[in-house]
Design a protein around this ligand. Structure first.
Ligand SMILES: Cc1ncc(COP(=O)(O)O)c(C=O)c1O
Length: 308
């Protein structure tokens, strides 16, 4: 199978999609990216991509934060992605990575007036955090603040913060970390949003808590209210609330719905998959795999090319 990429305005074999080591973004992190998934539905023999337009709206907003000059609309980027995936013909789950970067030399440490470009490629993906109950700590690192580097967009340079958080957690024996804001409230995970259940209420920090405005987060908040009749609160979360939550999980394109078994050596609930998390996870997977008719409008099926 040949892997392709959208690069310099056209779809080319992946091996031809290369940038120079003098690329500005490689040095200064002045790019942004997206992370999307396609789910292979074996029964329907269809690859369903999840909320492409919403992902590309956020992608273009991230690019706007970085003063990129693009004429693309989210719908155009969706169509390019579907064409790329159709050419590749995956029959398995895939991860899709759009990247915006400044293809200038190394002398300009600024955002404006750049030679801004978009690249997109995909690759097969398995589960990301795995299926087990996660053993989590609260990170000693703090989340980047909106007054320094905006967390609400997927800014390449900000992922130094995520990498510091993740490596510190993993090398200390944990699977993941919850990270706090500069003001000490819960923000999110290293690369996923955070939700918990207290007294049956689904609670997640608001988008002003220095977190990525997650598409999965928004989708789950909608599904929880509209389909599961759950009470939902977007509000600040204190660190010690983590210790007495009944359930907790990370959510995101990569993490999907990843239940948390313990936080800072305190068992969450009884340490097993809780009923609210289970309901949300099952519904989420039904939706992304195209098994829930009501939410097919959240999915774009990849067209199948005729084999000559
Ligand atoms: C820092 C961070 N927060 C949250 C998320 C979840 O966002 P989404 O649901 O849009 O994938 C991600 C996704 O990769 C992330 O990197």
């Amino acid at each position: 199978m040949t892997q392709y990429a959208y690069f310099n305005g056209s779809i080319v074999p992946m091996a031809e999609a290369n940038v120079s080591i003098a690329c500005n973004t490689l040095h200064y992190g002045t790019g942004c990216f997206g992370g999307l998934r396609g789910y292979w539905n074996e029964e329907k023999e269809t690859l369903y991509t999840f909320r492409l337009v919403e992902h590309y709206k956020r992608f273009l907003n991230s690019a706007k934060l970085l003063m990129c000059n693009f004429d693309y609309t989210p719908e155009e980027l969706r169509d390019i992605t579907l064409e790329l995936l159709a050419r590749e013909g995956w029959r398995e789950n895939v991860y899709i990575r759009p990247l915006a970067y400044k293809d200038d030399g190394i002398y300009r440490v600024w955002l404006h007036d750049g030679n801004d470009k978009v690249a997109i490629f995909s690759q097969p993906v398995s589960s990301y955090l795995g299926e087990k109950m996660l053993n989590v700590c609260v990170s000693s690192w703090r989340r980047v603040d909106d007054t320094a580097i905006p967390a609400r967009g997927k800014i390449s340079g900000a992922y130094v913060n995520s990498a510091l958080i993740k490596s510190d957690a993993v090398l200390s024996g944990y699977d993941e970390a919850v990270v706090l804001n500069q003001d000490g409230h819960v923000s999110e995970g290293s690369a996923a949003n955070f939700m918990m259940v207290r007294d049956g209420v689904l609670i997640t920090p608001p988008i002003t808590s220095n977190l990525l405005e997650g598409i999965t987060r928004r989708s789950i908040l909608h599904l929880a209210q509209a389909e599961l009749d759950l009470e939902v609160q977007e509000r600040e979360i204190d660190r010690t609330e983590l210790y007495i939550a009944e359930e907790a999980f990370f959510c995101g394109t990569g993490a999907q719905v990843s239940p948390i078994g313990s936080i800072d050596h305190r068992t969450v609930g009884d340490g097993k998959l809780g009923p609210v998390t289970e309901q949300i996870r099952d519904l989420y997977f039904d939706v992304v795999y195209g098994r829930n008719e009501k939410y097919l409008h959240w999915l774009s099926p990849v067209p199948q090319l005729e084999v000559a």
